[in-house]
Write a new protein. Structure first.
Lengths: 120, 233
């Protein structure tokens, strides 16, 4: 049986300052506040399975990506790269950046009906 | 443009990149920034692109004071945006005419062809050359049917696999886009595919699928062919 060893991160002044200049969540920043900032700026939010239940997408106008149940990304909650993240897209931007099978199916159905009427 | 999945069917990989140029709007193809650039990615040009990163997903919003581009102001928030980076991703875009992206030009048959081998319309298909592109009917006996164009001359497009006989007044559309061919020119906002440009010119994408409908709802789906995650060019 494998064992997991947790090693505490030793922050030096240099590494702390470096963490402040990189994009993403800053050291010591609460995940909730960081995600609220992402939501306010309409960014895509990615959350790993343990963090997903803590986020209510509907409350901030987000839509969960369901056609692809998972994505490979860094979790915005715990900053861990996870290949089973959930992806949330701002509702108003969804059709701008995503093409779904449902949308294409509706277009194909519309095409069939128009061909039956004789004009595409 | 829209992310429509991957050729391999896998899940998308999303990575945040530092911005190094303006024009970062959701749906554009992002490219790796060149040497000396301030950040990690730029936006594709309309006619050429190299070292593609993927499809940009994020929008900017002034509510948090963040900007679309990089800032050289000390202490300013860093502009970072999410990108789907899968090299085999499928990108779907509307086919349009013109640099600003208006509806595809619909044309009308002015000389009937009983053998179904030619479409003779009112606008030139030879300049820009639609040879190797697609032609499809939007009304008449051939409504909904499409063929690959094998040669063009003035307002006449010729096909090898014949349509049914067409008639004067039948409407049709054409596009300088065809499955399996690389190169599509984008509109000025780099969000749509121009169907009125000659085949195989433009950014490095290869057409995977075409949805040939009316003038305002015809789409092409492409795959990146100069992804920086496969080979840096």
């Amino acid at each position: 049986m494998s064992q997991t060893i947790l090693i505490k991160q030793q922050w030096t002044p240099k590494t702390f300052l470096r963490s402040q200049i990189t994009g993403g969540k800053k050291k010591g920043r609460a995940a909730g506040g960081w995600i609220a900032d992402l939501a306010a700026s309409k960014r895509v939010i990615t959350l790993c399975p343990p963090c997903t239940p803590k986020f209510n997408p509907a409350r901030v106008g987000y839509r969960k990506e369901k056609e692809f149940p998972t994505c490979h990304a860094v979790c915005d909650g715990c900053s861990v790269m996870d290949q089973y993240c959930s992806m949330y897209i701002y509702e108003e931007l969804y059709s701008t950046v995503r093409s779904t099978a449902d949308e294409r199916r509706a277009l194909a159905k519309s095409r069939e009906q128009r061909i039956k009427r004789g004009y595409l | 443009m829209q992310y429509a999945g991957c050729i391999g069917g896998g899940s998308p990989m999303i990575v945040r990149f530092k911005v190094s140029a303006t024009g970062m709007t959701p749906g554009v193809i992002a490219c790796s920034a060149p040497d000396g650039a301030t950040g990690e990615m730029i936006v594709t040009a309309t006619t050429a692109t190299a070292n593609q990163v993927g499809t940009l997903l994020d929008a900017a919003d002034s509510r948090t004071g963040e900007t679309l581009t990089y800032s050289t102001t000390q202490g300013a928030a860093e502009a970072i945006y999410s990108v789907i980076i899968n090299p085999d991703q499928l990108i779907r875009g509307l086919m349009v005419t013109g640099a600003t992206g208006t509806a595809i030009t619909g044309d009308t048959i002015v000389t009937a062809a009983s053998n179904g081998l030619t479409t003779v319309g009112g606008t030139s298909v030879a300049s820009p050359d639609m040879d190797q592109g697609m032609v499809w009917y939007t009304s008449g006996a051939n409504v909904g049917r499409s063929r690959k164009i094998v040669s063009t001359s003035s307002v006449t497009a010729t096909v090898v696999v014949p349509f049914a006989a067409n008639a004067v007044g039948d409407t049709f559309q054409y596009a300088g886009i065809c499955k399996g061919l690389q190169g599509i020119t984008l509109t000025t906002d780099v969000q749509k595919f121009r169907a009125d440009i000659a085949v195989a010119t433009g950014v490095n994408v290869t057409t995977v699928n075409m949805e040939m409908n009316g003038t305002t709802d015809s789409y092409a789906t492409v795959v990146l062919t100069d992804s920086v995650f496969q080979q840096t060019t």
